[in-house]
Design a protein around this ligand. Sequence first.
Ligand code: NAD
Ligand code: MG
Length: 399
Amino acid sequence: MNAHRMKPRVLTILGATGTIGVNTLDVVARHPDRFEIFALTGATQVERMVEQCRAHRPRFAVMSEPAAAAALRERIAAEGLGVEVLEGAAALTQVATAPEVDTLMAAIVGAAGLPATLAAAQAGKRILLANKETLVVSGQLFMDAIAASGAELLPIDSEHNAIFQALPRDFDGDFQQAGVKALWLTASGGPFRTLSAEAIAAATPAQAVAHPNWVMGKKISVDSASLMNKGLEVIEARWLFNARPDQIKVVVHPQSIVHSMVEYADGSVIAQMGTPDMRTPIAYALGFPERIEAGVPALELMNRQLSFEAPDTARFPCLQLAFDALAAGGNAAAVLNAANEVAVARFLDGAVPFGAIAASIAHTLEKLAGGAAATLEDLLEADRQARSVAGMYLGALRA
Ligand code: NAD
Ligand code: MG
């Protein structure tokens, strides 16, 4: 490869200790001339953060949990690593928007990632967006902030990254102009794809997090099992690509080789394929517009079967709930997301059965959809109320 002459990109990684964060650092470590780490953030995993500080020597390490920050501070001092430790949610925004930073990897899980990611959009950073919940909760506001500041948005979610790669480079959201008919999101179908409704309703957390093709954090693994992940991705695609809901299609593709597709007016369907490994979309976004080495094994296609089938919204009602929330507009997607976060956490704690996830989201949407959604404050209020309504519903189930 040619010697690389540009100034290195200066990165903050929100959620560095998570699955996406670890994969991002793996790609970064392959290109020491291209990237410098300004800040890494985590919540509670002190040991992993110590290791990452040792390997990458960021200027700042942030733990959102103060007790974890205190423990990290001690370890950093004991090892003489010279990394400044900050704590709390405000520090996440501080390191996401610092003037030294040009690129943000937004990889916190859940709506907790929203404030710092939105602030980085307002500050005009290049944003590598893994935290799909930010777009689900605040899609319009977030895209408006990107447009107003001139920030650059590159999708990390493998489906959206695939669509981004399959769209014309100058695509500006005008489907007609670009001759785009539809966006096809592929879904693996998750670990419960072939189970009966009864078996799904009785599934355990261990079964739900055992994804057939991808190693991911627990929350997104449960979302994949319920197909809520695909539902959130439909909403994410709506905002990223300015798609109407009827222009977004979902197809189940159990092998996770085709990562998504764009259908054009002339009948062409352009797919992006690859070994299922998040380092591919991460490297694509880190290097954009260049292609850089990602450490991903080559795709082995010989003697492989690729299959496609329709999703079953009767066994997987969460997918339909997401389409419904998208159609309803306003605060509905924020409500859907918050109710889902609460239900998934309770399910992972063993407090409620898998079937309660969809039921509690439907209940919460019924109670709260239609509320105000004009401002960020409205959306955060919808998020708070939905957490409370879903929590009460699930609490009653447990009793
Ligand atoms: P993960 O659970 O492995 O990691 C989550 C990260 O967020 C950790 O660093 C954790 O410390 C941090 N975090 C959690 N709660 C926090 C809080 N309240 N405040 C601050 N930080 C907090 O999750 P993941 O699998 O890496 O997923 C991260 C995001 O990327 C999610 O939005 C997910 O939907 C999206 N995503 C993940 C994958 C994947 O393959 N893992 C693929 C596509 C999209
Ligand atoms: Mg995805």
